[in-house]
Design a protein. Structure first.
Length: 64
């Protein structure tokens, strides 16, 4: 539950970042876009590792 809330919170921050990008000048957009892309990559990595941890936890529970 806690991890799900954290994922939702980071999704919201991405949305806010993207909406602020659309109201900037082109040079500002280019700078902010790299931040946005990095944040998106980090979010994907976090999700992936979270899913892996859940899978491992489920395997441990089923083995016992």
């Amino acid at each position: 539950m806690k991890a799900n809330l954290a994922a939702k919170r980071s999704d919201m921050s991405l949305i806010f970042t993207f909406s602020s990008l659309t109201s900037m000048k082109p040079s500002g957009i280019e700078k902010r876009m790299t931040v946005f892309e990095r944040r998106l990559e980090a979010l994907k990595r976090n999700r992936r590792s979270f899913v892996l941890r859940v899978d491992i936890a489920q395997e441990l529970v089923t083995k016992e």
